[in-house]
Structure formats: C-alpha cells, structure tokens
Write a protein that binds this ligand. Structure first.
Ligand code: FES
Length: 111
C-alpha cells in the first residue's frame, strides 16, 4: 500500500485547523491558531521582522526556525529572550518585541 491509496479524509497526518486563541502583541490584540508558535503567529500578521540588532539596528525575525540563532527573541509576560520559533502561543500571552542596545561600557566604568 502506498500513501497514494489512503483516503485523504482518513489521513492522520493531514493538517487540521485548530481553534483560534487570543494574545497581545505589543499591547495590540492578536490571534493565533492553537499550536502555532509565536513566530508563526507574528509572521501570519505579515511582519517578517520584530526586533533590531544591538549593533547597526538591523531587522531580525525568523532565521533558523529551530531555536539555534536567537534572532527571533521576544518577551512573553515577564520573561525576556523567549525564542518565538520554539514557544507556542498560549491564550492570553502578552508578547512584546525586544529592541536591546549594547550596554554603554563608559557608563558602566563610571558606576
Ligand atoms: S529563528 Fe533562530 S532561534 Fe528562533
């Protein structure tokens, strides 16, 4: 038997649409499909970048998509540096984008 003989309606691997859940993105109401990652939910809004690099303020969003590069980090509630490509959206999540700059080493030296 090959996969071509399986009835599509009985295919356990067929994509199923979950129900919609709500969260906020930078204080604005947003929705995601249950099981969707934060990155997927942000991308579905049409945004391809949601933070900037500390050096050069270059735009970043999803690069690796597997939790390696940390380009996609966001703040979820009180937790900073959450990898959006790994974390699934939960109902009521408060997701904020991060725009960090490098510490001013001259100020640190004076302190
Ligand atoms: S996109 Fe690389 S860690 Fe999320």
């Amino acid at each position: 038997m090959t996969a071509y003989l399986r009835d599509h309606a009985d295919d356990p691997a067929a994509p199923r649409r979950g129900h919609t859940i709500g969260f906020t993105l930078d204080g604005e109401p947003a929705t995601a499909i249950e099981g969707q990652t934060i990155a997927g939910a942000i991308l579905s809004t049409g945004r391809t970048s949601w933070r900037t690099t500390a050096v050069g303020a270059e735009p970043r969003g999803v690069f690796c998509g597997i939790g390696v590069c940390f380009d996609c980090i966001v703040t979820v509630g009180e937790t900073r540096d959450v990898r959006a490509c790994l974390r699934r959206v939960r109902e009521g999540d408060e997701v904020c984008t991060q725009h960090d700059r490098l510490p001013d080493t001259h100020e640190e030296a004076r302190a």
